[in-house]
Write a protein that binds this ligand. Structure first.
Ligand SMILES: NC(=O)c1ccc[n+]([C@@H]2O[C@H](COP(=O)([O-])OP(=O)(O)OC[C@H]3O[C@@H](n4cnc5c(N)ncnc54)[C@H](O)[C@@H]3O)[C@@H](O)[C@H]2O)c1
Ligand SMILES: O=C(O)C(=O)C[C@]1(C(=O)O)C=C[C@@H](O)C=C1
Length: 312
């Protein structure tokens, strides 16, 4: 289904390159232009034939495109917006895939011209890997794509973008950026913070325990190390740009952790057992939802091709 004439993707890492593959595989646009700050990345994109054209210059890259997708760390948006603003085609749609949404309008609405449709987006799908080789076309299939259009957004432009994500196999939900950032703070951002912290603490203990923390790391810790291997630049920008929601959710998390600490100290087995039973039920519900085609499937595992999976 051809929805756009020419799509420019800025940032051809894991997500941008997956978008390029999905655009092509599903015939969503006629021409794909790839733009990235890294010459090595653009060389790889050309070698993998992920785009019809590679272009290092931001203004040249967006010229003639009716769709521009930002797929760089969210902290880069302001500078990119400044650079492309005057070069955008009349009536073009500008969207993004960033993990934080409140910051997008703040960074871009002042620097983009009035004639473009700015519709922020976020595919809730990813892996811990980075770069154009890590991407794959089916990354978004069966996953949510969240759009956070401004209140005065053009309904036709929103609908077209919704159709693009649906063509990739995603289910689309529309919400406010504030709601997005609060929900994702607890379901995605804090889990990453916890993983970074526990792996960091364990690494610090290495000296004390004579390397045994890593040597005897059990399944649970290994799962944390996968998440803690995620891209440092991307996640630095997530936390700096979703500060309020993350700090609010972290406050609640810390209170609950203190309650657990107290239960352990005072031997309150019932409190521990009740919480662990409840969380087991949450997991069961998530798995069930993932298997039910009609239900939300946040818990459904990715169909990650074997060659793109984390190596243990
Ligand atoms: N990794 C995930 O699981 C995931 C999931 C959903 C959304 N996201 C979001 O997608 C975006 C990209 O993440 P990723 O995982 O693909 O990262 P990545 O590190 O794999 O790729 C980012 C690419 O952007 C390029 N880049 C950086 N600054 C640039 C600039 N100023 N101009 C042009 N190119 C620039 C880099 O060279 C790199 O090729 C982020 O905003 C992230 O929050 C990531
Ligand atoms: O599966 C993973 O490795 C991810 O971290 C993906 C994940 C997530 O937290 O679920 C990470 C960041 C995103 O913005 C969306 C998805």
């Amino acid at each position: 289904m051809t929805l756009f004439k020419q799509a420019t993707i800025i940032g051809l890492g894991l997500i941008g390159s997956s978008v390029a593959r999905a655009l092509r595989e599903n015939g969503v646009c006629e021409i794909i232009v790839a733009c990235d700050a890294s010459p090595e990345c653009l060389d790889k994109v050309a070698e993998l034939k992920l785009a019809d054209k590679t272009e290092a210059d931001l203004q040249k890259a967006v010229d003639g495109s009716d769709l521009v997708i930002l797929a760089t760390p969210v902290g880069t948006y302001g500078d990119i917006g400044q650079a492309i603003g005057q070069a955008l085609d009349f009536g073009a749609t500008v969207t993004d895939v960033g993990s934080v949404k409140g910051c997008v309008l703040k960074a871009l609405s002042g620097v983009l011209p009035e004639h473009v449709h700015l519709i922020p987006g976020h595919p809730v799908a990813g892996t811990e890997q980075s770069g154009p080789e890590a991407g794959f076309a089916s990354l978004f299939a069966g996953r949510w794509a969240i759009l956070t259009p401004p209140q005065d957004a053009d309904p036709e432009a929103v609908e077209k973008l919704k159709k693009m994500w649906e063509a990739f196999g995603s289910k689309v939900e529309i919400m406010t950026p504030e709601h997005h950032d609060l929900v994702l703070a607890i379901t995605s951002h804090i889990p990453h913070l916890i993983a970074y912290n526990i792996v960091g603490t364990a690494h610090d203990l290495e000296g004390v325990t004579d390397s045994e923390v890593i040597k005897f790391s059990a399944g649970g810790f290994r799962d944390f190390t996968r998440i803690a291997a995620s891209d440092p630049t991307m996640w630095r920008d997530v936390f700096l740009n979703n500060k309020e929601a993350v700090l609010e959710m972290l406050g609640r998390f810390t209170e609950d952790l203190t309650a657990l600490q107290r239960a352990i100290r005072w031997g309150d087995g019932d409190a521990l057992f009740n919480l662990f039973s409840h969380t087991r039920e949450v997991r069961r519900q998530i798995i069930e939802a993932g298997q039910d085609e009609e239900a939300p499937d946040f818990g459904r595992p990715h169909e990650i091709p074997p060659e793109k999976q984390a190596k243990d």
